[in-house]
Design a binder for this molecule. Sequence first.
Ligand code: OSB
Ligand code: MG
Length: 376
Amino acid sequence: MKLQEITIRQLKMKMKAPFTTSFGTFYDKEFLLLEVTDEQGNKGWGESVAFDAPWYNEETYKTNWIVLEDFLIPLVKDQDINHPDEINELFAPIRKNNMAKSTLEGAVWDLYAKRTNQTLASALGGDKKQIEVGISIGIQNSVDELLALIDEYVNEGYKRIKVKIKPGWDVDVIRAIRERFPDVPLMADANSAYRLEDVDLLKQLDEFNLTMIEQPLASDDIIDHATLQKQLKTPICLDESIHSLEDARKAIELGSCGIINIKIGRVGGLTESKKIHDYCQSKGIPVWCGGMLESGIGRAHNVALTTLSNFIMPGDTAGSERYWEKDIIDPEVTVENGYITVPSKTGIGYEPNMDLIETFTVKKKVYKLTNNEVVR
Ligand code: OSB
Ligand code: MG
């Protein structure tokens, strides 16, 4: 396939409720969508999961736009692409900027699945008909508010509850949750809020039967996590620290974690996600699919990836209505009894709602790849 045209849109969508992590609060979601068109008029869609500020990693949606325009789009121009795995190789000379890479790579995967008349899930090699999902709940103003939210989501059927923790909002909060919900599958995500010196505090979490503790230590660390894991009964799950198959291999060899959270954007795309999935499977390390408060486009990619067989723990891919008054895909992603039914239409399987996309678009640029130069 030869890519003819790429459209990048910057969108701003209001979140139904603010989402607070140890590193900050999200009120609105600003992000990029990328639409690619081939020589037959087929279209593929990708989403940049980079945030508006470099809190979670070093990227922002604005740096993604620059990297796409200056480096990544020129690398795909005039290429005859047989399979989306080739994108990973074409982008290899560009260091990091994984979320920028994933935006375009994801769109090419959707396009490829549509051209070959299959779902994105089956193009990736997944065959689950439904996926099991959990929900991630941000830091709240009070423990009572958090307990009320957990109650609501448990009743909706979510298969696992994840809560965010940070110093001052940790052991007592988890204890209160356990008193009220003794059996609910529960985990805690620290988003790098602790240091190895906090080991005694983190060890207190061992008594609450958490399925895992996610990214307790620094976002670039795998050494201290290995030291910490030896002292904890609860498995550590790495999120921020894993950017590639190589990172996953090193973390597993060092014993830095027992579980890995795969986020497509963080690792540079679906091809790398699949490689990490396959490697973890060969090592007996379970994986699950993380979330970045995505719109329906990114959410659809997460659903497809989660159909791979080693995604054996519920992910953070909650239903559209948990984030948005109205999501930008038709139908929206819906959760019933803790399951999302994998769509059967080709590609990502959900239709982009162009009216809503236009409504939320604040900036847009079309790149024609057919001329001698990339037109800006
Ligand atoms: O660490 O998984 C994380 C949200 C923003 C930034 C980082 C994270 C999260 C979440 C929410 O946990 C996942 C979601 O519901 O999309
Ligand atoms: Mg996380």
